[in-house]
Every structure is written in C-alpha cells, then in structure tokens.
Design a protein. Structure first.
Lengths: 406, 673
C-alpha cells in the first residue's frame, strides 16, 4: 500500500469530481447573477466581487482537499481529536464578545481574521465527523457498553450546545442526523439508537407543543425571540399567540405586522422558486433578486437556490439535485468500498452532513423546512462553508484512493 | 443500480442510508415539481402583483373639424409639466437619511451618557430602550430626509427656471407613499420659454424631468361652443377596456355637445403600460403592453363662415347676454350649416365664470337651438296657412277685421266671449296681406274654419312635437297636440284660436322650425337634419374605417298641393320684400330673394302673467331656388317683435351667406356632400 502520488491520481473518483466541478460552475455563475444585479455591488473592483472571491475559495478548497489526498487518511485521522478540541476552543472563543463578531445579525458566529470571516461552526461539523469516526471505529463490543455510548453522546452534544449558544440552530441541528447515522453505520446496538431517536423526537415534540400550542400562562422554554418567530412562521402559528394577555390592540397589530415582515423572506423565496416555472427566466433574468424582493443580504448565500430556481426553473432544480445525488451516492459507494470502518464512517458522516445541508436548505426554499441559516454546500457564497465542503470531499477522495483492494 | 450493486450484501446500514437519501431527494424533487411546475402560474401571478404596476395610457382624442375637414374646432395641445423623478432622487434620499440617522444616533448617545452621569450608574436594558431610535422615528427621519432633498431640488429648479414653485409637504409625502412609480408634478403647464430654459439648464440629472400630457384645446375659442360641448377630466375605463389599473394618466370624457355624443369614437382606446417596480416601489423599467389607439376625427356639417356670422349677428344685435339661437340648414340636404346659441360659453370649461354658468336665467350651457320648449307665435301661421289653403281657403277672399273697441287702431276677433287682440290694424285682408301683417284675426278665423284637426294633421306631418334626432338625449321634442287630444271633449275653440297664432298648447325649438321652413322651401320634404358628416380615422388609412352619415335623408313628405306651397312662398317673399311694410323687411338683402315669417310669442308664467316674449324669424332663400333655411329666435323680457329683433340678425346671416357664395373662390356647398 505504499503508493506514489502519481499512481493514486489515476484512482480518483472521477464521477464525483465531475459533479463537484459542475456544482462549482453553477455556484460561480449564480453568485455572479445574485450579486451583479445589485448596482452598488457591480461597481466594486473585480477582485472584491463575490463571484471572484467564490472562485478563490474554490481554489483554496481544492488545494486543501488535494493536499489532504497526498497522505493516507489513516495517518491524517490520528489528529482528529486535536482538530476536534481546537474547534471546540474556537467555538468557545466565538461566544466571547471581543472575539466573536455578530455582523449585526444578532448571532455571534464569526471570528474576524481580517482577510477571512472565520465561521467555527462550519469547521465544527467536520471536526465532529472526524472525531466521531475515530471514536466509533473501535471494536463492536465496546460500542455495546453504555459508558462508550454516553461518551459518544458527549462528543456530539458538546459542539451541538456550543453552536446552539451562538445561536445557529441550523448548524447545530445538522449534527444530529450526522451523529445518528454514523452511530448506526458503526454498529451501535439498535436499542440505543431507538432510545436516542425516541428521546430526541419526544423532546422536539414537547418543545414545539410547549412553545406554540400550550395555553398562555404555562411555563415556556426560554428562547431567543427571533428563533421562536422563525419556527412560528414554519408551524403557521400566529405571533399574537405570544402576546401577553393584557396586550393593547396596537401591540397586537405590531405583532401581526412583524409576522408579515418575518414571513417576508420565506414568501419571497417561494415566489422566486415558483415563478421560475418549468424552464426558468434565464440567467441573470430573474426579477425577484434584481428588484430586491429577495433580500440582497441572503440572495447569494442562504437563498442562492431561489436565484437558481427562478432563473433556470424546474430544469435547473433537477440539474442541481442530480449533481448532489451524484456526489452523495458516489460518497456512499466510497463508504461501501472503504478499507476500514474509520474510512467508512468518515465517508458516511460527510455524505449525511452534505445531505442534511441540501435537504434543509432547499427545503426551506419551498417551505417544507423552517428557515435556518444553513448554507447550500458549494453553491452558497461563503469561505468557511466552501472550504469545509471541499476539505471533506478531499477526505472522501482520500478514502476512495485507499479503498479496498488498492 | 450503479451504486447499489457495489454495496456489500451484508451491509444493511448503508442500504438503509441509500434508501433514506433517495427518499429525501425525491421529496425535494416532488416539492420542487409542485412549487415550480404545478403552482408555477400562481407564483408567477404573485410576482406580477407585487412587482408590476399597470398604467392606463389615454389615447389621443380625435379632432372635431368643420365641413371642409380643414378647419379645426377642437384638438389637442401638448402640455408640459415639470416633475420630480423619484428614481433619480433615491440616492439623495438615502444619503440624506444616512446623515440624519447619524446625527440622531449621536444625540441618542449623548442623552444616554448624560442620563448615566445623572444617575451615577449605567442604564439597564429597559431604561436604555426609551432612548433608542424606534421604527416610527426612523420612518420620520426618512420622511424628513425626503422633504429636505425635495425642497432642495425644487429650490434649485425654481431658481434656474425663474419661477416660484410651491410644494405641499403633505401632498409630496402622500405621492411618495402611493404613487412612487409615477413622476410627481411640481410645475404645471410650462410656457415655451420655460421649456426652453429647462432644456438648456438641466442637461445633468437633477432629479427633475419634463412630463408630456395632452390637453384639449379649442383653437377658435367660443365658436360653436354649444355644438362642440366640453370635456371633463375623466380617467375611468371605457366599456370593453381593461378596468383595473394601478395608475391612470389624465384623460378626458366628453360631457355635452359633440364631445359628449361622440365621446366613444373621439376618445379612442386607451393603451396599457406596465411598470416594473423594485421592492421599495421605485420604477425600474417600462413595457408597453398595448399601444393606445387614437380616437377618430369627427367632421361636422358646420360651415365656419356662416357659424361665425350667426354668432356675431346675435352678439352684435342683442349683446352677450342675449338669450337666443340661430340655425342655418341646407334645405336640400338637411346639413346644419350653423347652429348658434347665446349666451355662449368657453368649451375650455375652466375658463368660464362659475357664477355665470349657474345663472338660472342665462343658462349659458343650454343650447337654445334645440334644448328649450318655446312658443312659436306667428311663425306657426305657415302651418295654419297650409291647413286652410288645403281645405278650401281662397287666398283672394277678403276678410274684414273689426276694430278693437278698446284700441281702435288695432284689430281684434271674438271667439265665443273671448277677445283676441291683434297687432295689425282693422280693415280688409286677403291672404297675402294678412300674412305679411301677421293678422291674428284673419288666421284665427280661417284656422277655425279649416278645423283644428286639419291644423294638427299638417303639424304632425311636419313632425312637430317630435325630436329631430339630431342629438339624441340632448334635444327636446317640443309640444304639439295630437289628433286624439283635440277630438276629446275638452278641446275648445279658444284653444284652436290660440293654436292658430302659435300660442297655448304648442312648443317648438328653433331646430324644428328650421326643418319645417326647409320643408316648405324644398317642396314638402321633412328632412332628418345632419350635423356630423362622417367619423374618420385620425390618419387616413390607419385603424378601422370611419362612418359616413348620409345626407338628404327624408323623414317624411308633407301631402300638400304645389299651388298651396306657391301661395305660401309668395306670401313669405312679400313679408320680407313688400314695399308697403311686411313685418320681415329688416332681413332683406339686396341680390338675394329671402322668404320669411316673423313671430312674437307671449310667454306667460304659471299664473298667466306676461313675463316675456319669444321673438322669431323663420325664413329661407333664395326664393327661386331654395338652398338655405335660417331661423332666428330671441327670448326677451322687453318690448319688440320678431321683425325688429330677429329679422336684422337673419339679415346679417344672409349677408354672410351671400358673401360666401359670390366670393371668387366660393366653395360649392355640394362639394363634400
């Protein structure tokens, strides 16, 4: 198994690379479309424009992923706990006001490195996968021990809670299916998993019922107002439900107006996607984004799919989903052919993480998921997200290169 | 499948994962199919509703032309308004707001600092809240910023234009809130100098623009005002037109006259423009969905020279407050060559004095040529004459008029116990003499002898008491007894006597009398009068074809012997031409043989008190080859007679007709018929 770089390059998963290239091409094109519609953004020098930066991030991500392919993943993953704890450190750091930056959004998610707005939660997801893979690849007997199970849980809930604290509900939530699937594939006994799923669902149900459906006056989980509002919109619950019982009509009116304003993004995203129709309006011809109905701040990142769907229609949506399918299923194939459980678990983790992102992000564009700030991998504008995705997929290639029989 | 085959058979977890992924992706695809393909139209509509504003673009209103088609009576004139262009000012609004907000934030910080100093501790979150700039204050700051920028621009514009421009802050903010996609006018109806000045000094975008609108314009002022009618601002949709618009540009709707009656064809079909607006409502781009189709031109039968002469004659002889009318008709075709009514008004309606327009005596809007019921007086004797002559009256038979016991210089006649006074002296009268002196006694006597049924029958043959249909809805049919009405028991000889002298149960319009006298002139043909020759596309060869209204449409033919007409015409000729003093001699024009009949009807109020007179002159010319029927009517409270008040007006009109027909380049009336 002492293969040279030259040899390994011929064993790359080319189909997956092709799909990635397709996604990156689409990403560049629509970050361009989404940002150039804004007159002031179009006036920026070329090197400051989002699409150029996006290409830069792609290049850096590809480079990082490529470098990671040079060394056998088994060697790389020895460092996974180091990476995990470093990330935990950055997740703690981001919560400290002087270090973490809010960008005026109310949530403390970024560490300003000058040239780069570092988003620890993005890296936290990958770090969790690596650490969990390492942890879960122990012998099956050990996985049956409750102590190991709860340790694994701890591994999951530490970044989960820290990310939730930022708050970044979406990023925290994607950790749950990722962890669950990895445990399942690792061979954790069914009863633990069923219990886990049961408890999580029960808690989630209780949570939703508590927040939205209990009569006023009962105890309610303390929550950030904006988070509650976002969920309220998703569950079709009226804001006035949260009003104190002695609220004046003016206050109720204010709440209704707020509800309308908050539902705005969702409604506009839905109009964008729907008005795209079958064939779309053509690249850079979408009006929702150009006219500012789709808020400019989110059009090129969280809601990039709206722009694609409006301009390329259902056809474009199918192409995007097809490309993701190729990435996901080649990832599954890699998992199936992985040399060991470590590689298999990393591959499965990455596939689940990507899928969760895709499902939540596209889902919120068509209102089957609540709005949470989850980027669409490789398509949304954003350095951290692009870097993490490409590094994760680089690892995937690494596992494929060193798969069974090679 | 490609991927599934590669999973080891003993790896159920991966298979489960593959199934889950497939399911998830299918859910997404299904959702997208639902949103984009199945409900695509719905969302497309949502998008249109929120980002398009439709604007009604009025069509160019058709012109109204005289009978030659060359002289314009009503047309459109460009009107330039100076407008603020919201889109262009948007950047300035934003930066002004930014500055204002900065200041507000500084003030807020200062106040918090001083409050903290006073308390000696930092404020709690709740205490801080009262200093924070809330949404309402932000909105107020925005409005202030807009007002500041707008006044600045207006001041700049007003300095460069050298005109005082006043802007109402309330209106401005309301326009911003409701009509952001439309320019906001700040200076209306620029003079040519102002336009030139604007074009010179505003090459750089200051946020102000010229906005072109079309305004109805009557180049000849008050000429033919009653025929033209007037328009009023009316932006509403016509039938069959798109009825929902976000905005409407100014348009006109005809209210009366030809403007009103032919509003549909004059107005054309409005077009529709849609404006794409951004999320804040600023205008982004325009698309014209349908071009407006210009209205059609309406070509009248009016002869401008005669029309002007008729109006000038009324004005010259009776003054601007005269209540009268003059109608000139071609007796061969029914074409109305002139229709004047006094007092007149300005078709450019805003130019009129509202108090005068509301005057219940003057009633300037009323077209007295066809909109008022008037007692005809002696001009109705033409009808009585026909009835009597057709029923055996020998024109040479002499009738002796007795003297009025109370006024021996005048004649009178007793009908039953009632005495009907005469203006003519007592003595012996044959038909001609009785006609030219308008002897009441003679006509009452022979009218009674002919019988009221015969008079009514002849009157009905002339279609008295019926509308001429010249202007449906804008015309009265007058009043005339029916055969059944006179045959019932309540009709008395006194009523017949009244009818014989054109009083009592009879009311006519000058237009009806014109048709009547034209029928006497043309051999008994009662014509449909015609005011509109044709409706034609504005540019020949474009749009749908127009409509031609045929001339010389015969409504009815009066059954009358030629001999009777000849006797009557001779008598009418004598009334104007007789050296011994017919009543209508003031109308005489050398070189033109005019036939006429004067009339003076008494107007009584409800209590039978004399409140005024209707003076009439009903005529046609030339005697040999009749072409023109001219009827003049003046309502007055003063003394006078048809011969002294109306005949001179007819005289002026005939002079104009004569001038026109003998001019070297005289246009034949028949040219465009």
């Amino acid at each position: 198994m002492n293969l040279s770089y030259h040899d390994s390059s011929v064993r790359l998963d080319r189909l997956q690379l092709l799909a990635l290239a397709g996604l990156m091409f689409i990403g560049t094109a629509f970050v361009y479309s989404a940002t150039m519609a804004n007159a002031s953004a179009a006036l920026l020098p070329w090197y400051d424009q989002s699409w150029v930066r996006q290409i830069l991030w792609y290049a850096m991500g590809l480079a990082a992923g490529g470098v990671l392919c040079l060394v056998d993943y088994m060697i790389l993953l020895r460092w996974s706990y180091v990476v995990y704890w470093l990330t935990i450190l950055s997740l703690v750091a981001v919560l400290i006001p002087k270090i973490g930056s809010t960008h005026g959004w109310g949530a403390r998610r970024w560490i300003d490195l000058g040239f780069f707005q570092f988003q620890p939660s993005e890296f936290g997801k990958l770090a969790f996968i690596l650490a969990a893979a390492n942890f879960l690849s122990r012998p099956l007997d050990e996985l049956r021990q409750p102590a190991i199970f709860w340790k694994g849980m701890g591994l999951l809930f530490l970044p989960f809670v820290l990310i939730l604290k930022e708050p970044d509900l979406g990023s925290a939530l994607v950790l749950l299916p990722t962890g669950l699937v990895m445990m399942l594939v690792a061979g954790t006994p069914r009863r633990y998993l069923i219990r886990l799923v049961g408890i999580v669902s029960l808690l989630a149900t209780l949570f939703v019922v508590d927040v939205f459906y209990l009569p006023k006056g009962w105890w309610q989980l303390p929550m950030q107002e904006y988070q509650r509002d976002r969920l309220a919109i998703y569950f079709g619950c009226e804001y006035t439900h949260f009003a104190p019982s002695n609220a004046t009509p003016a206050e109720l009116q204010r709440l209704r107006q707020k509800e309308l304003d908050d539902a705005y993004n969702v409604r506009q995203a839905l109009i964008s996607v729907g008005s795209g129709g079958l064939a779309g309006k053509g690249w850079r011809q979408g009006t929702q984004n150009a006219l500012g109905y789709l808020p400019r701040a989110v059009a090129h990142n969280d809601f990039i799919f709206s722009v694609i769907a409006e301009e390329e229609g259902f056809v474009g949506s199918v192409i995007v989903i097809a490309l993701y399918s190729v990435v996901l299923f080649t990832g599954l194939r890699t998992a199936g052919q992985a040399r060991d459980r470590l590689g298999k678990l990393v591959a499965v983790g990455v596939v689940t993480l990507l899928f969760s992102h895709v499902f939540i992000n596209i889902g919120m564009n068509i209102r089957i998921m609540p709005v949470t700030g989850v980027p669409l991998p490789l398509l949304s504008y954003g350095g951290s997200s692009v870097l993490v995705s490409l590094i994760a997929l680089g690892l995937m290639q690494n596992i494929y290169i060193h798969r069974k029989g090679y | 499948m490609l991927f599934f085959d590669q999973f080891k058979k003993n790896d159920p977890q991966l298979r489960l994962l593959a199934v889950l992924l497939t399911a998830g992706l299918l859910v997404l695809l299904g959702g997208l199919w639902w949103v984009q393909v199945v409900s695509g139209r719905t969302f497309q509509n949502h998008l249109e509703v929120q980002s398009y504003r439709s604007i009604r673009m009025p069509a160019v209103r058709g012109k109204i032309l005289d009978r030659t088609g060359n002289n314009v009576l009503a047309e459109n004139r460009p009107r330039f308004n100076l407008c603020l262009n919201w889109d262009a000012l948007r950047g300035q609004f934003d930066s002004a707001f930014g500055r204002a907000r900065k200041e507000a934030v500084a003030v807020q910080k200062e106040r918090i600092a001083s409050a903290e100093k006073a308390l000696g501790r930092s404020l709690t979150k709740a205490e801080r809240k009262q200093y924070v700039i809330n949404a309402q204050q932000t909105e107020w700051l925005r409005a202030q910023a807009r007002w500041q920028v707008a006044t600045q621009v207006v001041a700049e514009v007003s300095q460069r234009m050298g005109a005082v421009i006043v802007v109402d802050p309330v209106k401005l903010q309301r326009a911003y809130a409701t009509r952001l996609a439309m320019p906001y006018p700040i200076l209306a109806d620029l003079t040519p100098e102002q336009i030139a000045r604007f074009e010179e000094s505003f090459t750089n975008g200051l946020g102000a623009d010229l906005d072109l609108q079309s305004e109805r314009f009557y180049p000849l002022g008050t000429t033919a005002a009653h025929v033209l009618g007037y328009v009023r601002r009316d932006d509403s949709s016509e039938e069959g037109e798109e009825s929902f618009f976000s905005y409407r540009l100014p348009d006109y709707g005809g209210i009366s006259g030809v403007e009103g009656r032919f509003n549909d064809v004059l107005r054309g079909t409005a077009g529709m423009e849609s404006v794409l607006v951004n999320n804040l409502g600023y205008r982004q781009s325009e698309t014209v969905w349908s071009q407006p189709e210009p209205g059609h031109n309406v070509v009248l039968t009016l002869d401008l020279d005669i029309q002007r002469a008729a109006e000038a004659a009324l004005l010259a002889h009776q003054g601007a407050n005269a209540r009268g009318a003059a109608v000139v008709m071609d007796v061969r075709t029914g074409d109305i060559l002139a229709m004047a009514s006094s007092p007149t008004f300005n078709p450019d309606y805003s130019q009129n004095d509202p108090a005068r327009m509301a005057d219940l005596i003057l009633k300037p809007e009323s077209n007295r040529a066809m909109q008022e019921n008037l007692a005809p007086g002696s001009i109705f004797k033409t009808v009585v004459a026909i009835a009597a002559l057709e029923n055996g009256l020998n024109p040479n038979e002499v009738y002796r008029v007795q003297a009025n016991p109370e006024d021996p210089d005048k004649g009178c006649i007793f009908v039953g116990r009632r005495k009907i006074r005469d203006t003519a002296p007592p003595g012996e009268y044959d038909f001609k003499k009785a006609f030219i002196h308008s002897s009441n006694s003679y006509f009452v006597n022979y009218g009674l002898r002919a019988g009221v049924e015969n008079i009514v029958r002849v009157g009905r043959e002339f279609h008295l008491g019926e509308r001429t249909s010249l202007f449906p809805g804008h015309e009265t049919g007058g009043n005339f007894p029916t055969l059944a009405g006179v045959q019932d028991g309540d009709w008395r000889d006194g009523d017949t006597a009244n009818l014989c002298i054109g009083q009592g149960d009879i009311a006519v319009t000058p237009l009806q009398m014109t048709v009547l006298v034209a029928a006497i002139a043309n051999g008994g043909y009662v014509l449909w009068p015609r005011l509109v020759q044709r409706v034609e596309p504005m540019e020949p060869g474009t749009g749908q074809g127009g409509t031609n209204y045929p001339s010389g449409q015969v409504r009815d033919r009066v059954i009358v012997h030629q001999r009777t007409l000849n006797i009557l015409r001779d008598a009418m000729r004598a009334d104007v031409a007789d050296k011994n003093g017919g009543t209508g001699t003031a109308a005489a024009v050398p070189g033109l043989n005019i036939c006429g009949k004067t009339g003076t009807a008494q107007v009584q109020d409800g209590a039978n008190h004399l409140v005024g007179y209707n003076f009439w002159f009903s005529s046609y010319a030339p005697y040999e080859n009749p072409r023109y029927a001219v009827v003049v009517m003046v309502q007055s409270t003063g003394k006078g007679s048809g011969g002294t008040v109306c005949a001179p007006i007819a005289h002026d009109i005939y002079e104009a007709i004569q001038r026109r027909d003998t001019a070297p380049l005289a246009r034949s009336l028949a040219v465009r018929d």
